[in-house]
Ligand binder design. Structure first.
Ligand code: NDP
Length: 450
C-alpha cells in the first residue's frame, strides 16, 4: 500500500505492526487509514508517539482462536474456526459484534476490532473495542444446524465473556436467531441469566427497542446531519443502498420515513432497482422471513428489475449507503457515482469504500461519512441496552430512537469539530479518527500504558 501521508515515525509504527502480522491485508488497510488521519494530532501532540501509546494501540490486547466442531443434519462432522479479538478495554468492557461468513479470517476480525475501538470511543458511551466470529457459512443451513453451530461456538467462547469483560452483538450472518441460540447456551453453561453479556437480544428477554434498527437508522441520521451543514436534507432525494441485511433494510426504512426514496438493494448474487422506491414489506418478507435471494423481489414487484452480479453503484442517484461488506465500493464505482452526480456517501457497513475511492470522492467534493462514525448507532444503542439491563429498565421505542438521534448528532459534531480543529474541515475521516484516537489514547496514558 502507499502511505504518502504517513510521517516517518508513524510509518515505523505501521511497518513494525505489518512485520508482526504479515499477510493481514484488511488489517493493514484499516491501520494505515487511521495512522494517516492521526498525523495532524501527533504533530501537535508529540507525546502520543513519545509515550508509545500509538504502538500499543495497534496491537490487540488479546486474540483468541478456537476450533468449532459441529454436525450437519446428515450426521457429517464439520470443523470451523472461531475468533475473538479483544482489542482495547481502556474505555470500558470489550464490545463488538460476531460475524459468521466463509470469508472470516484473523485479518478481517482484526480490522473490524481495530475500527471498533475508535467507533466505540466516538459514541462517548464507555465501551472498549472487540470483534469476533467464525468462517462458518450459514447460507442454506437448517435452523437445527445453525443452533448446533451456535452452541458449539459458545461452548468455547463463553469463558472469555461477561457483562464487565466482553459483550458481543450481531454482525454479518449473526441476527436475532443466532443471538438467541448463543445467549441460551451461555445461560446454560454459566447458570446465569446475565442480560448485560450480549446485546441485540430479543425484546422479550432483555433486548432494547431500536437495537435492530439502530445501525441503518443511524447511518441515515448521520447523512441528514452532514447534509444539514450544507443547508440540505434527505427529503426528496434518491438513494442507493447495497446489501439487504440488517443494516440495509433499516437504512431503507429511515430514508423513506425522512421523505427520501431508496431505489436499490443487493445481496451477494446481484442487485435490484425499483425506481418507484423499495417496497419494504416485500423486502423484509423475502430477506427476514423467507431468507430467499434478492432476485425474488423483482419477480414479485412490477416495475422492478434484477441485475445479476452487477454493481449497484451504476444506478444514478443522489445519495449512497454502502451497507453490505468491506471493499464493496471501489475507485471505478466512485468514478461512476461522481459522473452520476452523487452528493454524499454514508457508510452503513464497515470499510466498504476502498481508500482510493474515498480519496476520489473527497477530491470531487462529495460528502463522505466513514463507517466508524456513520454506523456507530448500532453499538451506541447496544450501550443503551447494557444500561437498561443494569438498571432493569425498559425504554419505549420513541425514547430509544430519540436517544439514538441525539447520539448520532453528538458523533457527527465530534467528527466535524475535530476535522476543523486539525486543519481538515469537512473531512469526516480525519475528524472521526482524530477524535476517537484522542479519547482512547488519553485513557490508556492515564491508566499507565498497560
Ligand atoms: P447481514 O448479514 O444482515 O447482511 C449482510 C448483507 O450484505 C447481505 O445482504 C449479504 O448478502 C451482503 N453481503 C455480505 N457479504 C457480502 C459479500 N462478500 N459480497 C456481497 N454481498 C455481501 O449483516 P449486517 O447488515 O448486520 O452487516 C452489514 C455491514 O454492516 C457489515 O460490514 C457489518 O460489519 C456492518 N455493521 C453492522 C452492524 C449491525 O448492527 N448489524 C453495526 C455496524 C456495522 P448475502 O446474504 O448474499 O451474503
Amino acid at each position: 500500500m502507499q502511505h504518502t501521508a504517513l510521517t516517518p515515525a508513524l510509518r515505523d509504527v505501521y511497518d513494525r505492526a505489518v512485520l508482526r502480522s504479515p499477510g493481514e491485508l484488511e488489517f493493514h488497510q484499516a491501520m494505515s487509514e487511521v495512522l494517516e488521519s492521526i498525523a495532524p494530532v501527533v504533530e501537535r501532540h508529540p507525546e502520543y508517539l513519545e509515550s508509545g501509546v500509538v504502538e500499543l494501540l495497534v496491537e490487540p490486547e488479546r486474540q483468541i482462536m478456537f476450533r468449532v466442531p459441529w454436525t450437519d443434519d446428515s450426521g457429517n462432522v464439520h470443523v470451523s474456526r472461531g475468533f475473538r479479538v479483544q482489542y482495547n478495554s481502556a474505555l470500558g468492557p470489550y464490545k463488538g459484534g460476531l460475524r459468521f461468513h466463509p470469508s472470516v479470517n484473523l485479518s478481517i476480525i482484526k480490522f473490524l476490532g481495530f475500527e471498533q475501538v475508535f467507533k466505540n470511543a466516538l459514541t462517548g458511551q464507555g465501551i472498549g473495542g472487540a470483534k469476533g466470529g467464525a468462517d462458518f457459512d450459514p447460507h442454506g443451513r437448517s435452523d437445527g444446524e445453525i443452533m448446533r453451530f451456535c452452541q458449539s461456538f459458545m461452548t468455547e467462547l463463553y469463558r472469555h465473556l461477561g457483562e464487565h469483560t466482553d459483550v458481543p452483538a450481531g454482525d454479518i450472518g449473526v441476527g436475532a436467531r443466532e443471538i438467541g441460540f448463543l445467549f441460551g447456551q451461555y445461560r446454560r453453561l454459566t447458570n446465569r441469566h446475565e442480560s448485560g453479556m450480549f446485546t441485540g437480544k430479543g425484546v422479550l428477554w432483555g433486548g432494547a427497542q431500536v437495537r435492530t434498527e439502530a445501525t441503518g437508522y443511524g447511518a441515515v441520521f448521520f447523512m441528514d446531519e452532514m447534509l444539514a451543514m450544507k443547508g440540505d436534507r434527505i427529503e426528496g432525494k434518491t438513494a442507493l443502498v447495497s446489501g439487504s441485511g440488517n443494516v440495509a433494510i433499516y437504512a431503507i426504512e429511515k430514508i423513506n420515513q425522512l421523505g427520501g426514496r431508496a431505489i436499490t438493494a443487493s445481496d451477494s448474487s446481484g442487485y435490484i432497482v425499483d425506481e418507484a422506491g423499495i417496497d419494504l414489506d416485500l423486502l423484509k418478507q423475502i430477506k427476514e422471513v423467507e431468507r430467499a435471494r434478492i432476485s425474488a423481489y423483482a419477480e414479485r414487484r412490477p416495475g422492478a428489475r434484477y441485475v445479476e452480479r452487477g454493481r449497484v453503484w451504476d444506478v444514478p442517484a443522489q445519495l449512497a449507503f454502502p451497507s453490505a461488506t468491506q471493499n464493496e465500493l471501489n475507485v471505478d464505482d466512485a468514478r461512476t457515482l461522481i459522473a452520476n452526480g452523487v452528493l454524499a456517501v454514508s457508510e452503513g457497513a464497515n470499510m466498504p469504500t476502498t481508500p482510493d475511492a474515498v480519496a476520489l470522492l473527497q477530491e470531487a467534493g462529495v460528502l463522505f461519512a466513514p463507517g466508524k462514525a456513520a454506523n456507530a448507532g448500532g453499538v451506541a444503542t447496544s450501550a443503551l441496552e447494557m444500561s437498561q439491563n443494569a438498571a432493569r429498565q425498559r425504554w419505549d421505542f420513541s425514547t430509544s430512537e430519540d436517544r439514538l438521534r441525539s447520539i448520532m448528532g453528538d458523533v457527527h459534531r465530534a467528527a466535524y469539530e475535530a476535522a476543523e480543529h486539525y486543519g481538515a474541515p469537512g473531512n469526516y475521516v480525519v475528524g472521526a479518527n482524530a477524535s476517537g484516537f484522542r479519547r482512547v489514547a488519553d485513557a490508556m496514558i492515564a491508566q499507565g500504558l498497560i
